[in-house]
Design a protein around this ligand. Structure first.
Ligand code: 5RP
Length: 240
């Protein structure tokens, strides 16, 4: 079996969380695409759902499969989002944004009651940071933004090359929101919460690829089978 098969297994397992009538968030990337493909088959067979895609690529895939689509403006609260990740640690903290969709992915995830992350086991890590952390930044003042990111990251113990992501045409990659991505090779992020808090002080930074306290369930498939990791689910209604 290959990573691709494991991605599919994780996607299949995520389908068991989907119920008729649900409002869903659809992730971005090769693993999420497998979930969208499987969901498309269920919709064809009669499942009723309405979905918010996290990227134009996912929107195109879902539309081609006949999956009913909506927006967060029409449907601001979702039942469930299923998405992939670039790294997952045992506390279900994630690095996302390898596909450049981190901002919409985070907006959609935070608008969802439940977030299920699907991945093959190559994404499981002890410490986040081996995968360069993507940061979505506005094009204006990029050099100043980059300098401040480097300084504030170093204050939290994170140092490494910060690189402007390029597209296949060699030009700066442009996100669905018209922004750029800085990929930060920090290697090991010992305190992701401190780094995230610090980076959020940078005015030109729109969002980080650190997803902390967002995922509820991680479905990780590998040679030993499918493992389901559960985070702590916070019931906000109980706090009222
Ligand atoms: C896109 C993402 C993806 O979820 C992440 O890059 C994983 O992608 P893949 O499933 O192709 O490995 O965050 O912005």
């Amino acid at each position: 079996m290959s990573n691709d098969d494991w991605k599919r297994q994780a996607a299949e397992q995520a389908l068991t969380y989907v119920e008729d009538g649900m409002k869903l968030g659809l992730g971005t990337g090769s693993t999420a695409a497998k979930f969208v493909e499987l969901l498309g088959a269920k919709v064809k067979a009669g499942l009723k759902v309405v979905c918010v895609p996290t990227s134009e690529a996912t929107r195109a895939q879902a539309a081609a499969l006949g999956i009913p689509l909506t927006t967060l403006d029409e449907t601001p609260a979702l039942d469930l989002t299923v998405d992939g990740a670039d790294e997952v640690d045992e506390e279900l903290r994630l690095i996302k944004g390898g596909g450049g969709a981190l901002l919409r992915e985070k907006i959609v995830a935070v608008a969802s009651d439940r977030v299920v992350i699907i991945a093959d086991n190559s994404k499981l890590v002890e410490t986040l940071g081996r995968f360069p952390l993507p940061l979505e930044v506005v094009p204006f003042g990029l050099a100043a933004t980059e300098q401040l990111i480097i300084k504030l990251a170093a204050d939290t113990g994170c140092e490494g090359e910060v690189k402007l992501r390029k597209g296949t045409d060699g030009k700066p990659f442009v996100t669905d929101n018209g922004n750029h991505i800085l990929d930060c090779a920090f290697d090991a992020i010992e305190d992701p919460e401190a780094l995230d808090d610090s980076l959020k002080l940078v005015p030109g930074l729109v969002e980080t690829g650190l997803f902390l306290g967002i995922a509820d369930v991680g479905i990780i498939a590998g040679p030993k089978g499918v493992e389901v990791l559960s985070g702590i689910e916070i019931d906000f209604e109980e706090d009222e």
